[in-house]
Each structure stands twice: as structure tokens, then as C-alpha cells.
Write a protein of this length. Structure first.
Length: 164
């Protein structure tokens, strides 16, 4: 092989020059990022989400709500806030700014369930919202339910034979 190929106009094109040109293009188009700044943004936004959760939990406890119910209310309120912010197209902006800082907490999971449903609502309630709502989070929900069912069956079997 000579390292040359025939181009569209039957002119020989040097493969190395083409690869160098493509690599330069990719290098030019790839966004440059500051890792420390990204980590700081993720830390601050994720921390603010957690602070909001702690405030909700403290308010629930001060209102006399038992700890287990207060934790449930905190989770529900954070999920609701995430879904509302996703519906208002605010949460995607937060995610663009903070990266994993807004995706790792439970609010990110709620966003990943809600966003495809909003995006595909124009396709109808069944094929749009009904099918696409679980595009990202579907496997997590499916395997969570399946393995909790398996754990329940194992627990039931062990109770049945008096092991537990």
C-alpha cells in the first residue's frame, strides 16, 4: 500500500494528511474544561440540594412528624421540586451548570424520569409519555422491582422453613 487513496475527483489523497487534518479538527472542536472548576460547581450544587433536604427534614421533625415519615416527606418534596423544575425547563440549566452535582442526588433520578416524558408528549399519551417516560430510568426501576421481588421470595422461603 502506498498510503494514498483516490479522492472524489480521482486525485490521490494522502491518508496521513487526512488523519492529521481530522485530528486537528477534533482537537479544535472538543470543548476545553477546567476539572477543578467542574468539581467545585458539582460540589456546591449537590451540597445545596442536600442542604435543602436537611432543611425539609428538620422542618418535618420540628412539626412532630416521626423520623421515618419525615424522611419520606423529604424525598417526596425533593422529587416533586425536581419534576416541577424539569417541567419549567429550569433543571436542565442547573444540570448544564453543575454536571453530576445535580444528577447524583434523587432529584437527578426524578429529572431522568420526567424529562423524556415531557420531550415525547407530542407523540401522544400512550406512545409518547407512556413509552418514553422509562427510557433512561426504566432499567433502574425494572431491576429494582425485580430484585426486591426476588429478595421477598427468598425471605418468604426462609421464613417458611423456619430459618428466619
Amino acid at each position: 500500500m502506498s498510503g494514498k487513496i483516490t479522492g472524489n475527483n480521482d486525485k490521490p489523497v494522502d491518508i496521513e494528511k487526512r488523519n492529521e487534518s481530522y485530528n486537528a479538527y477534533v482537537e479544535n472542536m472538543t470543548p476545553k474544561g477546567n476539572c477543578a472548576l467542574k468539581c467545585l460547581k458539582a460540589f456546591v450544587v449537590g451540597g445545596l440540594i442536600c442542604v435543602c433536604g436537611q432543611i425539609i427534614l428538620a422542618v418535618c421533625r420540628e412539626s412532630g412528624v416521626p423520623d421515618t415519615e419525615a424522611a419520606s416527606y423529604t424525598t417526596l418534596i425533593l422529587v416533586l421540586a425536581s419534576v416541577i423544575l424539569t417541567g419549567l425547563n429550569i433543571y436542565p440549566s442547573i444540570t448544564t451548570f453543575a454536571g453530576a452535582g445535580s444528577l447524583v442526588p434523587i432529584t437527578g433520578f426524578a429529572n431522568s424520569v420526567c424529562a423524556p416524558a415531557i420531550e415525547y408528549k407530542k407523540e401522544g399519551k400512550v406512545f409518547g409519555i407512556g413509552c418514553k417516560i422509562f427510557t433512561i430510568a426504566g432499567p433502574v426501576i425494572l431491576y429494582g422491582i425485580f430484585f426486591s421481588w426476588c429478595a421477598g421470595v427468598i425471605y418468604w422461603a426462609l421464613k417458611l422453613i423456619n430459618v428466619l
